[in-house]
Design a protein around this ligand. Sequence first.
Ligand code: KG4
Ligand code: ZN
Length: 342
Amino acid sequence: MKILGIETSCDETAAAVVRDGVEILSNVVVSQIDIFAEYGGVIPEVAARSHLEVVLPVIDKALADAKCSWDDIDAIAVTHAPGLLGSLLVGTLTARTLAILHDKPLYAVHHLKSHVYANWLNTDGRLPQFPLLALVVSGGHTQILYMRGHNQFEIIGTTRDDAVGECFDKVAKVLGLPYPGGPSIDKAALSGNPDKYVLPHPKIPELDFSFSGVKTAVLRLVQKEVGVPISYPSHKLKELLNPQQVNDFAASFQKTAVEILCEKLEMALERYPEVQSVVVSGGVSASQALREALPEAYFPVRALSGDNGAMVAAACYYEIQSGVEPTDPYKLNIYPRISVEN
Ligand code: KG4
Ligand code: ZN
């Protein structure tokens, strides 16, 4: 079964063809990072406009790279939730139109489900086993999910404020490192001392996370280090930091963020001793430090950590296997904030 997956929930326009949920035949990702690096973050209206410009060429290339015509495609899968409203609209309206035009079944896929299913792609047959825990760490989400089987998601831990990726992005901004912050901090941390600055671990009960306190702690320590009051404009702090301080802050923050994630994951494993595998996914799963801290866990190949169409097609395949019915292409709606449990 060949599924065309389409993903436009944030700032990547992506399409891919995947065979039977595991084999990538093509995977095309056009990133808007260059546009948003200038602004230091995503501007939703600009993102939607960029999706509109490239979505059809991206889909055409995905079909061409997979050496497929429309006749070869068995189903279309598209991200309908959660994400930026305008961005989701472009992908879903495109998918709806194509499904009607080419008379293909259309499936709506939740973005976090698709991140999890990146772990089933290009794995050389080593697949995660159920029941499993999925740590989803992206720019918009930080959750621990319990999966009893395919397409069964229970949220057992979630962030009460910022997502971990968002925290990487905000800390990078204070340090004057380019957007997106995760890869910049990953790189800077290689030349920094992770023990130079001590940052607090949040005291959040249960399996929930909090990252806003860590972000503020970095800000306060930077202010103290360069000797300015807390009223000093945060966007000017970077001018007062020397490169070694930047690297040390990056390394210390990254170490703390990884420790916080691992602590909660360990707690979850104690609570669910029957768990057979741990899978990590979402943009932050590209982190080298996180990969080294969790040697037993499954991580997607790096190219599939961030947003892509292949993971949407993979998730759709397992939804179909679980008996999920196609959606009405005349009615498919978007849900910018809906949970993975719905
Ligand atoms: O999954 P994703 O591409 O988009 C969302 O669904 O949000 O995740 C993007 C996030 C950004 O916050 C980015 O800074 C972070 O993933 N990220 C990383 C790394 N690469 C990307 N965070 C830490 N280390 C990395 N190497
Ligand atoms: Zn994502």
